[in-house]
Ligand binder design. Structure first.
Ligand SMILES: Nc1ncnc2c1ncn2[C@@H]1O[C@H](COP(=O)(O)OP(=O)(O)O)[C@@H](O)[C@H]1O
Ligand SMILES: [Mg+2]
Length: 342
């Protein structure tokens, strides 16, 4: 039904991501989405997800990045079996979403956008309740809970009611809660929304640590720094559509202005401007206050040529800076709008 990776999941059971991953092999898709569409029939028809097709490779951190209303949560809800698509298919391993939902729920962990943690229960009680719901072996559950609370530095708060926790502590508890049953795939919907910078960084570390155990992680975010720091690949979503999908590095190459090389030099002869302007891959050259600003398509290819030219003309270079466009720049270039929805 859904191919080779599914067979591997089937052979090794549903418990551990470590077992199925062979680091010697190329990653292969563990999630396959084909022509997925979700239409809500409100007062007006809303196409929340519009003919989206994508693959997520096993073991990667995959980001869905887009402004509010882009369709990220809807896509996550469909993949986590909480909502039916209007059309299209999705496979998780060999399992078909909408048909094998019970099996899918055993191999995924979900941390939804809106908190579903019980504030009156302690951290331990929350995890215990959820562990029972997920059928985690009763004998191993206490150890697992203590291990996970230690992992997110909440050991001191094991028996404290969650209503006394900060926003960051609650979010960390929710993330490890999704991880209680060693899922193959972890879905995190806006894991750091509304948190302070320190808590956000801690959660990023946490996500990286979970991924180091070869858990595939799909996260949604409208923070470009989050996507950039964490994700191996990023899918840009806007208005329900998939706008682009690639590594952060490659996405930035989409912008025609490419990168900006800034070379500091005490003595710059305007003649070097016309010389460099004719080099392959150079888009524009300007001199500003002893700094040569060269807009290029790909600095790794062009920089050696430029430096050789300058040396040939005895121009001494004191500093070299290469600035890449941000993911926000790329998103604006592709969609005409910013990630904050502006
Ligand atoms: N349950 C629902 N009923 C009706 N419309 C919905 C529902 N969920 C989401 N939408 C609409 O679908 C679009 C995408 O929403 P959502 O998937 O939550 O986006 P995101 O997570 O990227 O912010 C929005 O226009 C939203 O108003
Ligand atoms: Mg959302």
């Amino acid at each position: 039904m859904c191919g080779a990776i599914g067979d591997m999941v089937a052979q090794t059971g549903t418990t551990s991501a470590v077992k199925v991953h062979d680091p010697g092999k190329d990653p292969s898709p563990i999630i396959r989405v084909r022509d997925m569409t979700k239409i809500f029939h409100n007062r007006h028809e809303v196409t929340a997800v519009n003919h989206v097709s994508l693959d997520v490779d096993q073991g990667e951190i995959f980001g869905l990045l887009g402004p509010n209303g882009a369709g990220k949560s809807t896509l996550i809800r469909i993949l986590t079996t909480l909502m039916r698509p209007s059309s299209g298919t999705a496979c998780i391993g060999q399992y078909l979403v909408g048909k094998d939902d019970e099996e899918i729920r055993k191999i995924i962990g979900v941390c939804p956008q809106n908190s579903t943690i019980d504030l009156d229960l302690t951290a331990y009680e929350n995890l215990e309740f959820y562990g029972n719901l997920l059928n985690v072996d009763e004998e191993t559950l206490p150890d697992r809970i203590h291990y996970l609370l230690g992992m997110v530095k909440l050991t001191d708060h094991t028996h404290v009611p969650v209503k006394n926790f900060s926003g960051g502590m609650r979010r960390k508890l929710e993330i490890v809660r999704a991880f209680l049953h060693h899922p193959l795939i972890l879905f995190l919907d806006e894991p750091t929304i509304g948190l302070d910078p320190d808590s956000r960084r801690e959660i990023w570390d946490q996500i990286k640590r979970l991924n180091a155990e070869r858990t595939t992680i799909i996260l949604t975010t409208h923070y470009m720094d989050e996507a950039e720091k964490l994700c191996d690949r990023i899918a840009f979503m806007n208005g329900g559509r998939l706008v682009a999908l690639d590594t952060p590095e490659n996405l930035k190459k989409v912008i025609p202005s490419g990168e900006l090389i800034e070379l500091g030099s005490p003595a710059l002869d305007p003649a070097v401007v016309s010389l460099l302007q004719h080099r392959d891959g150079v888009r524009s050259v300007e001199i500003h206050d002893h700094v040569l600003r060269i807009s290029v398509k790909d600095s790794s290819r062009v920089l050696p040529v430029i430096l050789a030219d300058l040396e040939h003309h005895s121009v001494r270079v004191q500093s070299i800076t290469i600035r890449q466009p941000s993911l926000e720049d790329v998103f604006i270039y592709l969609t005409g709008i910013g990630l904050e929805g502006g």
